[in-house]
Design a protein around this ligand. Structure first.
Ligand code: NIG
Ligand code: FE
Length: 415
């Protein structure tokens, strides 16, 4: 006989983000709706959600653990589909340089930015890199992240990129939450390839990618498609090469300039297009009738003072939208998903319902995890947040600086 561990949440003030019909993403006007039950129960067996409903419908039930949620909101854990959480050291000097008037671009042109992080990472041992990254992962889990994507891209040599991806793999093995790995060799051109970009593209496609694929170190590929970084043609070459290894793409695009990258991403069936701070109407048209998820990163805009992604425009055009942190040392040194949700409401005029949909189910979709994560659905993994006693779920973005979570459950276990 196998023992089943039953956890019963009772008297939940409001159980939110309930999805019964296997929706894999939420689009347009539907994002305004956050299905919920007030005064609810939720039953978890081992690591799976098996039942929920109104307290009035809860029969007598024996559970190994009963969690009284009087006055508390229960929701699925955050799904953070875009991070660079594995990195070495920090870049607080660049932060101060920006305060004193330099732009992100000026700092990068002086050898700061991504190249600064790459230099630090190349000099850091794999063990040290793991330890630094592990602390960040533990911290974001405490803040309610229950599924996460992590990119390479601060290595920029075959050896250092593989080192980053091995660290991501080890995190995935040692932590209970699902971690998707994205190979971002095309994050910046290393200084030695400045005059011969195609030689670096060749290294990415013919040296790095085959190793990454044969060692099974990545789920996705990414490129920084941007003026001064990777052109649309170079990005397409990388997407096509990755497709041969079965790796779908998630692309950094339209952060600073519009160079028609979105069209190329859609053409190559990208899983997501991320950033989109600058968008033209034709980009929105291209995204319609595609399966590509637009991903906004509002705390990046907040931190480096660039425009916010016009998410209202995207949703009003009927598109879905995901929100993620972009946690990285240069443009977003924060992995706080509640702050992302708050910033989306405060700065992008997203409603709490839209922001929570974007940070849960649509985030799961953007890392191909929607089958098992991102909503309160029977059969999905029990990745669950229990808030402190709060007036309503509006309070999560409203009290943006507070830590409002009392408990975080990942795969049926409180962390
Ligand atoms: O998503 N835009 C490109 N990459 C990162 C930032 C890189 C860095 O400054 O370290 C981003 O914002
Ligand atoms: Fe990023």
């Amino acid at each position: 006989i196998t023992m089943i561990m039953k956890t019963l949440f009772t008297n939940i003030k409001e159980l939110i983000q309930i999805r019964e019909n296997g929706e894999e993403k939420i689009s347009g006007a539907d994002m305004k709706i956050l299905p919920s039950i007030k005064n609810a129960f939720l039953l978890v067996e081992d690591e799976v959600i098996v039942d929920y409903g109104a307290m009035a419908d809860l029969g007598i039930l024996e559970a190994d653990h009963v969690e009284d949620c009087t006055g508390k909101i229960v929701l699925p854990a955050w799904c953070d589909s875009h991070t660079h959480l594995v990195y070495a050291g920090n870049r607080e000097q660049e932060f101060v340089d920006r305060i004193n008037g330099l732009s992100y671009e000026e700092i990068a042109n002086r050898g700061g930015g991504i190249l600064n992080s790459a230099k630090k990472l190349q000099e850091t041992s794999e063990e040290d890199l793991y330890q630094q990254s592990k602390e960040r992962l533990e911290a974001v889990m405490q803040m309610g992240t229950g599924a996460i994507e992590i990119k390479s891209g601060y290595g920029l040599t075959t050896e250092a990129e593989l080192k980053m991806l091995r660290v991501i793999k080890r995190l995935n093995e040692e932590f209970p939450l699902p971690i998707k790995a994205t190979f971002l060799g095309a994050h910046a051109f290393p200084p030695e390839y400045k005059e011969d970009q195609e030689a670096y593209i060749d290294v990415i496609i013919n040296e790095m990618l085959p190793k990454v694929a044969s060692e099974g170190l990545a789920d996705f590929v990414d490129a920084f498609c941007e003026t001064g970084y990777f052109s649309v043609a170079q990005t397409e070459g990388i997407m096509e090469a990755a497709q041969k290894y079965g790796l779908p793409s998630k692309i950094h695009v339209n952060q600073f300039t519009v160079i028609d990258g979105i069209e190329a991403c859609v053409k190559h069936n990208a899983l997501s297009v991320d950033h989109l701070e600058v968008l033209e109407d034709k980009d929105i048209e291209v995204l319609k009738n595609s399966s590509t998820m637009p991903v906004a990163l509002p705390t990046c805009s907040y931190f480096i003072s660039i425009p916010y992604t016009p998410t209202r425009k995207l949703m009003d055009a009927g598109l879905p939208l995901a929100l993620a942190t972009d946690y990285n040392p240069g443009t977003t040194p924060s992995g706080n998903m509640n702050f992302v949700v708050a910033t989306a409401c405060i700065k992008m005029k997203m409603t709490p319902e839209e922001a929570i949909n974007a940070a849960t189910l649509n985030g799961a979709y953007a890392m191909d995890l929607a089958k098992d994560y991102g909503s309160i659905t029977k059969g999905k993994k029990a990745n669950i947040l229990v808030t402190k006693e709060i007036p309503s779920y509006y309070y999560l973005p409203y009290a943006f600086g507070d830590h409002l979570l009392e408990k975080v459950m990942i795969h049926g276990t409180f962390i």
